[in-house]
Design a protein around this ligand. Structure first.
Ligand code: UDX
Length: 460
């Protein structure tokens, strides 16, 4: 990992970065900000008060709170603060944020006592920012926080809609059908993404995201060429905006932008576990389960006979504050349940033998970066595509899904932790990690991509 100490250089160009205010989007944007800072740029972060990161962890950045910083603004008050409903902000800010953003950009651009602004980098889901950036003559680059594969599938949404894939009934004959456009995907993967039409509310957001990403001055992907070779060729061929592939977790961890306090008390226990013996379980920052499924997961883990480190986010179990539904003593001495971890540090630990994940892209890539094989249980959205890619293209995980039966869970864990099949999967994960490590050396694809991003932004 890169040296995390900010370099002392003469910072004569400034970049404004604007993340979407959710954990899976804040982490990569602040990782990118640290990377650009380490390359000599001065950094300003625009952020909402909602899910604001801990600014004291970033004394080298300037933070500016925008959009929901006025408590009297009727557009933003009364918005739900938690759970899936908090995603309403994506719609509301995209619909109403333009004037505020233009005002803030004008102020920043006209500052005489700070380095001139080279460009704006926003999350791809902030699609409203493209026309604002155009209107103030500022180049806008996009950070796309998921995979290239996912972007290509989202780009094809209108075709998938026309072919009738999006609104299909959940019956056994159609769900197993393979998609002609993406032979690695089955109709059930598309259904799992969770939209019924390319023109419903979420479909509309994704269509706009794709359109305004293609219209941007450049796309930054948290990925690397050797991971998505075919998709990289397609993106370079089909999209005019230049693409830059940089595996962020290899440069900085997402830990300092964690919105939840991280537990570290389990490390002495983890240090005592044999190599590759512990299953790490975490389903990210946005998923939820019912109590019945939670208990099924708990019993599956216990029945597998493997030690585990299980992240149960407060509020993860519907109707519970934390883990009240568990009976005392179910989880034995050889396992731990915690509320939140420094995940990258856990995945890098020699005791971790597999990661049971929901396949949010950050978690997926963090696992790839550490060569840890996965058990794949996507819930919704891009997770379904990430999981399919890991299981069927790269073959670095066992696909379990999220219909919870304790027997299936215990079986998947044993397949990866005990069986020969697991050894082969581990070997493939190791080979991909080696390719990644090579790509980071001078002359390698990830190294060169970062260098070309730096010269591109410097030339704007
Ligand atoms: C969401 C979507 O679920 C995901 O599909 C999309 O790609 C990004 O937005 P999220 O559910 O939060 O993301 O998952 P993920 O992308 O994996 O991001 C979670 C982040 O939280 C990771 O960086 C992970 O390291 C961090 N994390 C998770 C912790 O720091 N500690 C934990 O205990 C669990």
């Amino acid at each position: 990992m890169a040296d995390q100490t900010p370099t002392r250089v003469n910072r004569n160009r400034r970049i404004i970065l604007f993340p979407l205010p959710y954990q899976g989007h804040i982490n990569p944007m602040l990782q990118l900000a640290n990377i650009l800072y380490s390359k000599g740029f001065s950094i300003t972060i625009f952020h909402t008060n909602f899910n604001a990161p801990n600014t004291s962890n970033y004394p080298h950045f300037t933070f500016k709170f925008i959009l929901d910083n006025d408590p009297n603004d009727q557009r933003y008050c009364n918005l739900p603060l938690t759970g899936m409903a908090s995603f309403d902000r994506i719609f509301v800010f995209n619909d109403h944020g333009a004037d505020s953003l233009r005002h803030e950009l004008d102020l920043e651009i006209s500052k005489k006592d700070e380095p001139p602004v080279s460009c704006l980098i926003t999350d791809a889901l902030w699609y409203f920012t493209q026309s604002v950036a155009d209107s103030v003559n500022l180049p806008r680059l996009v950070l796309r926080t998921s995979s290239l594969f996912c972007f290509l599938v989202y780009s094809s949404m209108p075709i998938l809609h026309d072919r009738g894939y999006l609104g299909l009934a959940n019956d056994n004959t159609t769900v197993k059908q393979v998609l002609a456009e993406f032979p690695v995907l089955k109709v059930k993967d598309i259904m799992k993404m969770g939209f019924k039409s390319s023109t419903d509310a979420i479909g509309g957001v994704l269509n706009n995201m794709v359109k305004q990403t293609k219209a941007s001055s450049g796309i930054i992907w948290n990925s690397f060429k050797e991971l998505e070779e075919t998709e990289f060729e397609m993106v370079v061929r089909d999209i005019k905006a230049p693409s830059f592939l940089i595996p962020f977790p290899k440069h900085f961890t997402g830990s300092s932008s964690s919105l939840i306090e991280q537990d570290r008390t389990f490390f002495p226990w983890l240090d005592q576990q044999p190599p590759n013996s512990v299953v790490y379980v975490s389903f990210g920052s946005t998923t939820n389960v019912d109590e019945k499924d939670f208990l099924e997961i708990a019993h599956g883990l216990v029945d597998s006979g493997q030690p585990f480190l299980w992240v149960v986010r407060p509020g993860y179990v519907n109707g519970s504050t934390w883990i009240e539904p568990l009976t005392d003593g179910l989880v034995g001495k050889n396992s731990r349940i915690v509320k939140w971890t420094p995940q990258q540090e856990v995945l890098a630990h020699k005791a971790i033998g597999a990661f049971w994940t929901h396949n949010g892209w950050n978690s997926t890539l963090e696992s790839v970066c550490e060569g840890v094989p996965m058990i794949l249980s996507p819930f919704f959205g891009d997770q379904a595509l990430n999981a399919r890619y890991m299981s069927d293209v790269l073959k670095v995980g066992v696909y379990l899904g999220n219909v919870w039966h304790k027997e299936d869970i215990a079986n998947a864990i044993r397949r990866i932790m005990v069986d020969n099949e697991g050894e082969e999967i581990r070997e493939r994960a190791k080979v991909i990690k080696q390719k990644l490590d090579v790509s980071l050396i001078k002359g390698g694809s990830s190294y060169e991509s970062l260098e070309s991003l730096v010269s591109y932004v410097s030339s704007l």
